[in-house]
Design a protein around this ligand. Structure first.
Ligand SMILES: O=C(O)CCC(=O)C(=O)O
Length: 320
């Protein structure tokens, strides 16, 4: 598809870690300090142009095979917002999204060592979508506030995030407040305005919500969400990804799925889970037969609310 905005320089299709410079220690410190002070921080030029094109192409493919997104329309998740989940079972590009090198550099300073991937979703907000209610992303844990950082969301801008397109709105400093957000209240929000190919870190206790999109076009975003290594992941990644497929992932991704001990949690036989993981899953054929029917049951998940898929996908992550 045609890119909606220019992002960085063109690069060959190789892992992000090979084409991106690392953040300097000062940049890492600055982003972590911004998050600690304001609740958020914006990393511009975080997504290489070719990588951004690959993700946008994949979102177009998902629209063909699971039209309208993976959940029915709703007042919180949106009427014309496409949210696809379980993305690590789709094209291989999502494996690189999950371990973006800059995110992997900053998150230990926000969530501590041993943080986990919690949930990956798209947030492609259609024209006319009203503003989302102001909320926090760590409410799933229902811990009294203020509390240590449990969640950090990363908002990926694959088109320009402006006030007009429905940039995420945040309440600066609200991550330190003692009260839960009131969905009926009006808060002094500011837009997380950022050019396409930026990524914003938003700590899970920061009040925020998607803005009204009145731009006449889609606002193309991803919400890639991580949690403290002692917390349960929001998406059931252990169930969703078949061990045979998981075993093909890079070690760094396996670690943040939970195949690593964090502060004593996640062991098997009081040992590193990798030992048992290799014994248990090491000889599996790298194929998950379920993936061959996964797109076809889309309409059952949505209770028949939309028309049938145009195509299905193969189990190896290849595009149809
Ligand atoms: O899409 C956005 O700008 C924010 C999304 C969000 O906060 C959510 O879905 O929980």
């Amino acid at each position: 598809m045609a890119a909606t905005a220019e992002c960085g320089s063109l690069s060959p299709s190789v892992p992000m870690s090979d084409i991106m410079r690392e953040l300097t220690p000062d940049e890492v410190t600055a982003h972590a300090a911004n998050v600690a002070r304001d609740g958020f921080s914006i990393m511009t030029d975080a997504i290489d142009a070719r990588f951004a094109d690959e993700i946008r192409d994949e979102l177009e493919r998902l629209q063909r095979v699971r039209p309208g997104g993976d959940i029915p329309p709703g007042p919180f998740t949106g009427q014309v917002t496409r949210r696809w989940f379980d993305l690590l079972n789709d094209a291989d590009v999502w494996q690189r999204v999950a371990v973006h090198p800059w995110i992997m550099q900053v998150l230990p300073h926000v969530l501590g060592e041993g943080f986990l991937l919690s949930t990956m979703g798209s947030a492609v907000i259609g024209d006319g979508e009203p503003a989302q209610p102001i909320h926090v992303d760590d409410s799933v844990y229902a811990f009294p506030r203020p509390h240590p950082n449990l969640v950090c969301n990363t908002m990926w801008a694959l088109s320009d995030f402006t006030e007009e397109t429905g940039a995420t709105r945040v309440v600066p400093g609200s991550h330190l407040w003692a009260r839960d957000p009131d969905p009926m209240a009006t808060y002094a929000t500011v837009p997380l305005a950022m050019p396409a190919c930026s990524i914003a870190l938003v700590v899970g206790s920061c009040y925020h919500g998607a803005g009204l999109n009145r731009s006449g076009r889609d606002r193309i975003g991803l919400t890639i969400n991580y949690c403290n290594g002692s917390m349960r992941q929001q998406e059931n990644l252990m169930l969703g990804i078949h061990p045979a497929r998981m075993m093909t992932f890079d070690r760094e991704l396996q670690d943040i799925l939970g195949f690593k001990v964090c502060k004593g949690a996640g062991h098997i036989f009081a040992q590193d889970p990798r030992i048992e993981m290799t014994r248990h899953y090491g000889g599996l054929e790298a194929r998950d037969a379920y993936l061959e029917m996964r797109d076809a049951v889309h309409y059952e998940r949505l209770a028949g609310s939309q028309a049938g898929p145009e195509s299905t996908r193969s189990s190896d992550g290849a595009k149809d």
